[in-house]
Design a protein around this ligand. Structure first.
Ligand code: FES
Length: 173
């Protein structure tokens, strides 16, 4: 069983490296890693660059980064999924990030999220089929004093209610 997992991982890595050979963006990313001397503690910086180049962090890209920085893929996945500013899926024209950290949650962020899911008919982490809106979640965006906070296209809005959030996304549709 373990041997199967290892060989699946190696196949995926081979596929990622094949993919990388024909895509200039991987070259640019590699130059960026080189600038950081392939240091493992530059992981977040490297993931930012990867997202800037590709728009989101797909599996092959994370494997590529893990391989180049000589880090276990689990570590790279862990960091990419922990921080709200990294996207693992393609993003829509607009992004709406609902903070579900404790301070926001106790002030009703779950109600805001439910209203958005109902209206957009997507789940957190998804993009509407027309590519207009991506709905994401964060754990804490450092704005606990104005909870519940929602980020619309990178702008943090304070004390959000379901009504306020729906009004905002209606402007995008
Ligand atoms: S918990 Fe939402 S900003 Fe801190």
């Amino acid at each position: 069983m373990q041997a199967t997992n290892i060989s699946t991982g190696q196949n995926r890595l081979r596929r990622a490296l094949d993919h990388a050979s024909g895509d200039k963006r991987f070259k640019i990313l590699e130059v960026h890693m080189k600038k950081h001397q392939f240091r493992q503690d530059a992981l977040i910086e490297v993931l930012h660059k990867a997202q800037e180049l590709f728009g989101y962090l797909e599996d092959d890209l994370l494997l590529f980064v893990a391989h180049k920085l000589k880090l276990p893929p689990s570590r790279v996945y862990g960091v990419a999924t922990f921080y709200h500013f990294f996207n693992l899926k393609p993003q829509g024209e607009h992004t709406c990030v609902v903070c579900l950290g404790t301070a926001c949650y106790v002030k009703g962020a779950d109600k805001v999220m439910n209203a958005l899911q109902d209206r957009l008919k997507i789940r957190p982490g998804e993009t509407t089929p027309d590519g207009k809106v991506s709905l994401l979640t964060a754990r804490c965006i450092g704005a606990c004093g104005i909870a519940p906070a929602v980020t619309y296209d990178g702008h943090v809005a304070p004390k959000q209610t379901a009504e306020a959030a729906l009004e905002k996304i209606n402007q995008w549709k």
